[in-house]
Design a protein around this ligand. Sequence first.
Ligand SMILES: *Cc1c(COP(=O)(O)O)cnc(C)c1O
Length: 476
Amino acid sequence: MEGHGRGVLRMTPEAMRRLADKATQALIDRLEGLSDSRPWDGDFREVLEDKLGTPPPEHGRSAEDVLEQALRDVLPYAARLDHPRFFGFVPSATTWPGVVAEFVAAGFNINSCTWLVSSGTSQLELVVLDWIRGWIGYPETGGGLLTSGGSAASVEALVTAREAAGHPERPAVYMSDQSHSALKRAALVAGVRRENIRLVPSDDAFRIDLARLRQCIADDRATGLQPVAVCANAGSPGTGAIDPLVPLADLCAREGIWLHVDAAYGGFALVTSEGKDLLAGIERADSVGIDAHKWFFQPYETGALMVKDVAHLEDAFAIGHDVLQDTVWGTNHPNFADRGLQLSRAPRALKMWMSVQTFGMAGFRAAVQEGLDLARRAEAHIEASPVLELMTPVSLGIVCFRVNPGDGHDERSLDEVNRNVLAEVFWDELAFFSSTSLKGVFSLRMCIENHTTTWDDVRKTLDLVERLGRAALAGK
Ligand SMILES: *Cc1c(COP(=O)(O)O)cnc(C)c1O
């Protein structure tokens, strides 16, 4: 099509602008209409395959037509994780400067692998990591890297822990029965046999049971296993529970075991003084995984692994390579590829930097605080409701509750009522949330950490659950 003679894959400046303008307009329309749209859409494979399952065309067509098709047949079929009434799993709402940063970064096509190849964004990554270091409270030795998310951060943390422990033959890793599946997968990747991934029971508050952990470590040492890491939750994916970080740090220091804190969804509460208090002790962890694509309002994929002594990361991951021999710039000029899994890396720091520069930390702090406050208001609303029951104290934006008027329904019928209510909420399309199992008990679960969510959104959603709950109970 356009641009023959300058390379068939090029476009004229006018065509480029037309396409980008169309994309911009579509994104703005989407964001402006989000609150009035459904929080979820999706379809079955045969339906989508009908729309999309063609072989690659030999000849192209208008780029605007292609974009139009993507906007019609692909992109709408998704959970709208940034919808103000999307409360399922972990929501994620972006800011416009962060989105534009992604576009610009793709256009500049920067590979943030080494200082030689990308000094600007490498410097920016150092800057952003230093911000996170400050929020955690790590000393000057602290540092890390931006990752695709919490899963990659967990793998890199556990490999680093294993290497710091001297890569023992029979490693064991410890976490609570509430920990995220990503940590279990990370332990496997780090070479821990399935049976040596210890899921320590949690207490009534869904925090790891310290006495059981201590016993488990002692038993394992007695049989020749080598504990390499304890993983703590801050907060846990189910209830937002925060494991006792200070006692865990004491235990790990005494035992000489690496302490990793999984703060993937909850960690950015640290930018508020309330969150700082709640997460006190996190600065004693050897490493922390924290996702900016959750409570720091960045587009996917933006996570971080922070290590108290960043030297451990390079000890674990730096491997010389002849074809990269020119990229050794020297002391204090890190090659981020030497700190983790990826060689080719997106310049993830740009979106964080641009959005923080635009709104300031006052804006980000207020937005995170709003999530904490809305969750607490939801808690009070549930406690005052004759139909709803709070299942766990609200923690780091997570609200676990269910329909239970407390008039003698047995657990089986409550289970059924709440499953039905969840399905009805789904089909109602006002809001989206998900459920979890709290030690076998079915619980509704809302995660509130979207900077566009208002109390009206939360209240309308809880009102809907009450209404559907009453109807379901009446039908019993
Ligand atoms: C989301 C999450 C993960 C996994 O992180 P990804 O960014 O999805 O890879 C791990 N732990 C917790 C607590 C999480 O919320």
